[in-house]
Design a binder for this molecule. Structure first.
Ligand code: GDP
Ligand code: GDP
Length: 446
């Protein structure tokens, strides 16, 4: 099955700036822009990237001015065809000209189409433009999104709005709804770190084996329970990870690192990495943590066997050093010292898991995000590469789980790794997201 690229159709009466917007979104000059109303053009089509996702853009062009309250046959035919194919329609109005009877007729027709429609108030450049755009509220198609296709203003917010309106990206299992779904947790770590003991401490008597999970490996089981906050938890566990360890401890990590363990890690939302505090964090632990980060999972470290540690301050310092030097991609990862054996500190684990899960799910609004980008650039401007400055114009956050930011600009392919890291850390600090993998991508605009 090939993955279908969603279609975004640009609709509206002539001269509102559809072609200009099309070019702006497509990132290149494709359509012919002409300010003669009704200039004949072919329908234009382009592939574009909107907030990090590929989309197919349709520009409906060559429409005649419709008589008030009706839509002329040609207008309807062309728009209908595009709308049929569209997953999302961008209905463009001219904020400067104001709402015309033709806009109203168009809006009435669109409202009946039962497709997601975004109302785009174009030509809203400058301070006045934004206010003029508000007039479009009267169309009853929701909040107008003020943009200036010509000057490239408001495009980030438009990207964001399109991303929100697009059908959800296909996911394994097809579950799109969030609702009260249990938090998916994986407890991982080296053999003998105390995973089984911790699980028993968490779940206690109510522990329930719900049998093989479809989609996981043959050995996988799920343990479901309700934590002390009343939240549902589903432990994505693999029988192999724990039970087989009893037989051959040495082989366990290998097995974890391939196959079953990876499946559990990928299926989970939050990974609890259990460490033996007496031994600290070694290469194997780091490998697991890095894998979790690469898979985009949120991580909490359970610093177990705390009861058996003599110099706690030194143990903690050692761990912090390793985390700082060897796991910068999970900066600030929460660490919960505990004793799974005595139960001490175990009660702090689930609140930490819930907190990091919430951050992992968090969406940052476009306004806030762009204020951050401006401030970050000001503090530390993008470097000059080969005599030319990299320009970063705006950012969007097309998705969470893990937080994913797309920064648009020019010469973005040349952004050095240390500047990318600077932005990630700055974002992490600004929005207080410790322990969460953060994805930062760059996209070139014209
Ligand atoms: P279409 O007929 O809807 O495709 O509109 P065009 O894209 O051909 O644009 C019509 C006219 O509006 C052209 O003169 C554009 O330069 C102008 N235009 C497009 N976008 C903007 C904008 O954001 N601000 C201003 N002031 N003019 C714009
Ligand atoms: P697993 O292989 O990671 O599942 O580890 P287990 O849960 O089987 O624990 C391995 C050993 O460590 C057992 O002997 C446990 O009793 C012991 N253990 C687990 N948690 C603690 C703890 O918090 N403190 C101490 N002192 N020992 C622990």
């Amino acid at each position: 099955m090939t993955k279908r690229i969603p279609t975004v159709a640009i609709l509206g009466r002539p001269n509102v700036g559809k072609s200009t917007l099309f070019n702006r979104l497509a990132g290149r000059r494709l359509a012919i822009v002409d300010d003669t109303p009704g200039a004949t053009r072919d329908r234009k089509e382009a592939e574009a990237t909107v907030a990090g996702r590929p989309v197919r853009l349709l520009d409906t062009a060559g429409l005649e001015e419709a008589p008030p309250e009706t839509i002329s046959g040609r207008m309807r035919a062309s728009s209908e065809a595009a709308l049929r194919e569209a997953d999302v329609a961008l209905f463009v109005v001219d904020a400067r000209a104001g709402i015309t009877p033709a806009d109203r007729a168009f809006a009435n027709w669109l409202r009946r189409a039962r497709k997601p429609v975004l109302l785009v108030a174009n030509k809203a450049e400058g301070r006045l433009g934004g206010q003029q755009a508000m007039e479009a509220y009267e169309l009853g198609l929701g909040d107008p999104i003020p943009v200036s296709a010509e000057h490239g203003e408001g495009i980030g917010a438009l990207h964001e709005a399109i991303a929100e309106a697009l059908p959800a990206e296909e996911q394994a299992g097809g579950a799109a709804e969030e609702g009260e779904r249990p938090l998916r947790l994986a407890i991982v770590g080296r053999p003998n770190a105390g995973k089984s003991t911790l699980l028993n401490a968490l779940v206690g008597e109510e522990r329930m084996l719900t049998g093989p999970e479809p989609g996981l490996t043959r050995d996988a089981v799920a343990v479901a329970w309700t934590d002390e906050t009343g939240g549902q938890v589903r432990l994505v566990d693999t029988a192999g990870m724990r039970k087989r360890a009893r037989v051959s401890r040495g082989a366990e990590l290998e097995q974890m690192a391939v196959g079953a363990g990876i499946a559990a890690l990928k299926e989970s939302e939050v990974v609890v990495l259990v460490l033996d505090a007496r031994l600290g964090m070694d290469e194997q632990d780091l490998r697991i943590a890095r894998l979790a980060e690469r898979e985009g999972r949120a991580v909490v470290i359970a610093l177990n066997k705390w009861d058996a540690v003599e110099d706690r301050a030194a143990a903690r310092r050692r761990l912090d050093d390793v985390l700082a030097t060897s796991l910068p991609q999970l900066r600030g990862v929460p660490v919960v010292p505990m004793s799974a054996l005595t139960g001490q500190g175990v009660e702090k684990l689930m609140p930490a898991v819930r907190a990091v899960h919430a951050l992992w799910n968090r969406r940052v609004g476009t306004g806030e995000l762009n204020r951050w980008l401006e401030a970050a650039k000001e503090r530390h401007p993008p470097p000059v590469v080969a005599g030319r400055r990299i320009r970063l114009r705006y950012a969007t956050m097309p998705k969470a789980r893990p937080p994913t930011i797309v920064v648009f600009g020019t010469r973005t392919a040349e952004v050095p790794e240390d500047y990318r890291r600077y932005l990630v850390n700055s974002f992490r600090e600004a929005f207080d997201m410790p322990g969460v993998p953060i994805r930062l991508q760059f996209r070139a605009t014209r």
